[in-house]
Design a protein around this ligand. Structure first.
Ligand code: GDP
Length: 441
C-alpha cells in the first residue's frame, strides 16, 4: 500500500535531514518535491495545493527553532496535515437505536461491493452483532449466488428472492425477516453498473427512501485513483452517502483515492479492504495511515492485530513459564503458530516504524522459511525440544533428514535459538512479554 509514495517522500525528507539548519529556500524546495510526489500519486490538484499552502505556513516557523531537528519537525507538520487530509479521526459504523441498523452498500460493478458486504458482516458478527445480508442486486444473477456462498462460508443468513425484480420489496421483506429474527444489523447489497447511470441511481434512491438506512457506504476500488473520487461525488450527489470503503488497498494503489476522497466529498473513509480473504477489512484511522505513509509506523494496528489473534490465557501462561524456566522449543513452536495466525510476516513488518520497502527486499523475508523452521522444530523429539543441549551431531543429522532441511540450517536455527534464549533472560528480568522469536534478524 502506498509503497511508491512512501519511498519518494522518505527520499525527500532524507535529503532535508542531511542539513543541520533549514533555510526558507530549503523548505520551499522540499515542498516542491512533496507536491510532485503527491501529484504523481494521483492526488487531486486543488487538494494538493491547499495542503502545501497549509504546510508551508506552519513550516516557516520550523526554520527558526533550534535544538530540535528541523527536518523532523517538518515531517511532523506534514504528518498533521496528511492526517487532516485523510479525515482527521476514525469513524466506525453508526448504529441505530432501534434495531436492526440498515446498511446500504453502493458502488460500481467490480468495486468489491459484494465481497465487502461479506467482510463487514463477518466483522459485525465477530463483535457480537447478529447480522443478515440482503441480496438486492437482481440484474447480475451470479450476484445472488455470490452473496449466498459468502453467507454459507461465514455462517451468516442471507435473504434473497429470485421470484421478483422489485428490489424495494426484496429489501422490505428481508428487513421484516431480520426483525423477526431480532438481528442487530442488515446489510443490503445493491446492484452496480460499469458506469453511473440515471436508471440505477433512481432505483437506489427508491431503495433508500423505502429502507431508511442509517449508513449508505460507497464502496470504491482504491486502485482507480481520482476516478474513484469522481464516482464517489456522483453517488454522493444522488444519495448523500454516509461513508466510504476503499477496497484493494493491498495492491499497488498509488494513494490518490485515499488521499483525495475525504477532502473532496467530506465523507469519512470508514474501512479499507486489504485482500481478497474475508478477514481482510481494516478500520481506517487517518492518523495511523499518515504514520504509515511517512514511515512513523503503525504500532497501534499491530498491537490490535496481535490482541485479537493471540490467545491471552495462553500468552500469560507462556510468559510465566518463560520467566521462571526460560524458553524451550515447545514455547518457540507455540509462539510460531500464533505468529502465523497473524498473517504474512511482511505485512506485519510494514507496520513497524522505519521499515520501508527496500528494507523488506533486503531482509529477504521468505514465508517459506517460517515453514522450514517449523518443520525442523517438529522433527525434534519432545525431550529435545525441552532440552536443546541434548542435540549432538547425530541428533542434528536425524532432525535434518526428518524435516527435509540441511544440517547447516538445523545448526543455524540452534545457534539463533541460543542467542534468543540469552536475550530472553535479559528481557524477562525487565518483566516483559516474550518477544517474537522467528523474526529474521
Ligand atoms: P462487486 O461487483 O462490486 O460486487 O465486486 P466483487 O465483490 O465481486 O469483487 C470484485 C473482485 O475484487 C473480486 O475478485 C474480489 O475478490 C476482489 N476484491 C474485493 N475486495 C478486495 C480487496 O480488498 N483486495 C483485493 N486484492 N481484491 C478485492
Amino acid at each position: 500500500m502506498f509503497d511508491e509514495l512512501t519511498e519518494k517522500l522518505e527520499a525527500t525528507f532524507a535529503r532535508l535531514r542531511g542539513r543541520g539548519v533549514l533555510t526558507e529556500a530549503d523548505i520551499k524546495e522540499g515542498l516542491r518535491e512533496v507536491r510532485r510526489v503527491l501529484l504523481e500519486a494521483d492526488v487531486n490538484f486543488q487538494l494538493t495545493r491547499q495542503f502545501l499552502e497549509r504546510v508551508e505556513q506552519k513550516a516557516i516557523g520550523v526554520t527558526q527553532l533550534r535544538g530540535v531537528n528541523p527536518a523532523q519537525q517538518l515531517v511532523k507538520v506534514v504528518y498533521d496535515e496528511l492526517t487532516a487530509m485523510l479525515g482527521e479521526r476514525q469513524e466506525g459504523l453508526k448504529l441505530s437505536t432501534i434495531p436492526p441498523t440498515v446498511v446500504m452498500m453502493v458502488g460500481l460493478q467490480g468495486s468489491g461491493k459484494t465481497t465487502t458486504a461479506g467482510k463487514l458482516a463477518r466483522k459485525l458478527k465477530a463483535e457480537g452483532r447478529q447480522t443478515r445480508l440482503i441480496a438486492a442486486d437482481v440484474y447480475r444473477p451470479a450476484a445472488i449466488d455470490q452473496l449466498e456462498t459468502l453467507g454459507q462460508q461465514l455462517d451468516i443468513p442471507v435473504y434473497a428472492d429470485r421470484s421478483t425484480k422489485d428490489v424495494v420489496r426484496i429489501a422490505r421483506d428481508g428487513i421484516e425477516q431480520a426483525k423477526r429474527a431480532r438481528d442487530r444489523v442488515v446489510i443490503v447489497d445493491t446492484a452496480g453498473r460499469l458506469q453511473i447511470d440515471a436508471e440505477l441511481m433512481d432505483e437506489l434512491k427508491r431503495l433508500k427512501a423505502a429502507v431508511q438506512p442509517t449508513e449508505i457506504l460507497f464502496v470504491a476500488d482504491g486502485m482507480t485513483g481520482q476516478e474513484a473520487v469522481r464516482i464517489a461525488q456522483g453517488f454522493d450527489e444522488a444519495l448523500n452517502v454516509t461513508g466510504v470503503i476503499l477496497t484493494k488497498m493491498d495492491g499497488d494503489a498509488r494513494g490518490g483515492a485515499a488521499l483525495s476522497i475525504y477532502g473532496i466529498t467530506k465523507k469519512p473513509i470508514k474501512y479499507i479492504g486489504v485482500g481478497e480473504k474475508l478477514d481482510a477489512l481494516e478500520d481506517f484511522h487517518p492518523d495511523r495511515m499518515a504514520g504509515r505513509i511517512l514511515q512513523q509506523g503503525d504500532i497501534l494496528t499491530l498491537v490490535e492485530k496481535a490482541q485479537s489473534t493471540f490467545d491471552e490465557a495462553e500468552a500469560k501462561r507462556l510468559e510465566k513459564k518463560v520467566r521462571k524456566e526460560g524458553m524451550d522449543f515447545e514455547d518457540f513452536l507455540t509462539t510460531l503458530k500464533q505468529m502465523q495466525k497473524l498473517g504474512p510476516l511482511e505485512g506485519l513488518l510494514k507496520l513497524l516504524p522505519g521499515v520501508n520497502a527496500s528494507m523488506l527486499k533486503q531482509a529477504k523475508i521468505d514465508p517459506k522459511r517460517m515453514k522450514h523452521i517449523e518443520a525442523i522444530v517438529l522433527s525434534m523429539t519432545p525431550a529435545e525440544r525441552k532440552k536443546p543441549d541434548l542435540m549432538n551431531g547425530s541428533r542434528r543429522l536425524r532432525i535434518a533428514k526428518g524435516s527435509g532441511r540441511t544440517v547447516t540450517e538445523v545448526n543455524q536455527l540452534l545457534d539463533q535459538f541460543k542467542q534468543m534464549q540469552k536475550m530472553m533472560k535479559m528481557m524477562t528480568g525487565g518483566g516483559r512479554m516474550p518477544g517474537f522469536p522467528g523474526m529474521p534478524g
